[in-house]
Every structure is written in C-alpha cells, then in structure tokens.
Design a protein around this ligand. Structure first.
Ligand code: SF4
Length: 249
C-alpha cells in the first residue's frame, strides 16, 4: 500500500516513489526493443536521443522515435562525424526516398540543422546539453534552441532525462508535464481539473500539485492511465488513487 504524505496528492507521492526507484532507469520510447535500446544509450549515442526529440512532431511518436535507428541502418553508421559529413541535399534524399517522416523536406532540414548545432555548440557531444548538474531551465532552454523544438518537446525531453535516465539536475522546477491522452484522462476523471480543462490549465494544476517538479506526475498519470484508467471500463476498484479520485467518468 502506498503511504501518502500529508498535504500531498497521491499522484505526487506515486511519482516521487517511481522517481526515487533506481531500477526505473530506462524509458520505453518505442515498441521495437533494438531501437529502444539505441535511444536509451545516451552514453554512446546521446545525439540519437536529441535528434529523435527533434523529429517528434506531426507524426505518431513511434514513427518519429524510430528515425535515428532507421537512418543508422540506411547509412551504416550513426557517429556524429558521419552525420555531420552528410549534406542537406543528401538528407533530403534520405528522408524522401525512405519516407522517414510525414513531412520529409521539413524534417530533413530540422535533422540537418540539429546535427550542425550539436557539432557547433557542443563539440559534437550532445551529452553536454545536460552535463555538469545544470538547472532544469538551462536544459529546457538548450532544447528550445533546436530548430522546430517547442516548449512541449523541450520539457518532455528534459523530463525523460531526469525521470527515466536519472540525469542529475540542480533543480526540477522548469520541468512541466507534457499532457498526453493518459494524463488528460486521469486528471479530468480524478476531478483535479474540469472535464473540459485545456492544456494550459492542466500544466498549472501540475505546478500547483508539485511546484518543485511539476513533471513528476507524468509518471503516475501515465501508469494509471495505462493500467487502470483506460478509456473504457476503468478499473476503479483496483486503481492506486481510488481513495482520492472523484471518478468523473
Ligand atoms: S479511480 Fe477510476 S476514474 Fe479514478 S483514476 Fe482510477 S481508474 Fe480512473
């Protein structure tokens, strides 16, 4: 049984428990296990993670996150030196011929410029984006400097680094939640926000619940949404936040 702290919502307590668990140290980003292992290898291929984040828009996440390993297989290498040696024209060809993304011209440009930024700003080592115990705001800001990366992706990228990869930061204040379908459903049904609450309201509710690390409830909402609070036939009886949930279904 989860022991809730006084004046803390269960969603926060559960998120903190998962965050403190050293065994929860990887992210399930795609179903394909080889691709997932590649994206989780931020020691040897930190740029694969960053480039995948840059690809994550206007297609299903599963498609975007597969792009690095698909390119690796096509090119035969994914070192930053090799990626940096490829011209924009070649990237345009690679994206279009292999239908890597829904918007191949745009995303080939995004990919190319992201590689150039990693080389220019971080000496080719993308891990410098999050090295040396930076503040969460610093890391979010650095992701925002990549062409096409908005606040949702920048906070999601930083949140995964903190929560799943256990990258140490000096604080977690600037890591907001990245509301996906599970988070929206759980927060609305639980009564924490109105059933028609918009994304901005949900972000601020998470800040209210856990000002020092708003994004920590991503963990609990995602787990609850996948396990008990499914779109149909939610299993309220066994749900771990049953005691605090208003069950507005
Ligand atoms: S108690 Fe029911 S409605 Fe509330 S979060 Fe759990 S499954 Fe969803």
């Amino acid at each position: 049984m989860i022991v809730k702290k006084k004046d803390e919502h269960l969603l926060v307590t559960i998120g903190k428990l998962r965050f403190d668990n050293p065994e929860e140290n990887s992210a399930q980003l795609v179903e394909d296990q080889e691709a997932n292992a590649f994206l989780n290898d931020i020691i040897n291929f930190p740029h694969a993670y960053v480039l995948a984040c840059c690809m994550d828009r206007q297609v299903k996440a599963e498609i975007a996150w597969m792009i690095p390993i698909r390119l690796k297989k096509i090119i035969g290498d994914f070192s930053i030196e090799t990626l940096n040696s490829i011209s924009l024209e070649e990237y345009l060809k690679l994206f279009n011929e292999n239908t890597l993304h829904r918007f191949n011209d745009t995303m080939a440009n995004v990919f190319y410029s992201a590689v150039k930024r990693i080389v220019k700003d971080y000496d080719g080592d993308a891990a410098k984006i999050w090295a040396n115990n930076p503040s969460s705001a610093t890391v979010v800001y650095r992701f925002l400097q990549f062409n096409g990366v908005g606040i949702k992706i920048a906070t999601m990228a930083t949140n995964i680094l903190a929560r799943q990869y256990k990258v140490p930061f000096s604080d977690y204040y600037s890591i907001d939640i990245s509301p996906d379908v599970h988070i929206l459903r759980v927060l609305r049904r639980s009564g924490l926000v109105d059933k028609d609450a918009n994304i901005d309201s949900i972000i601020y509710k998470a800040r209210e619940l856990c000002p020092e690390f708003p994004g920590i409830i991503d963990f609990s909402c995602w787990e609850i949404g996948r396990t008990w609070c499914r779109p149909r036939n939610p299993n309220c009886e066994e749900c771990i936040i049953e005691s605090e949930c208003l069950k507005i279904i």
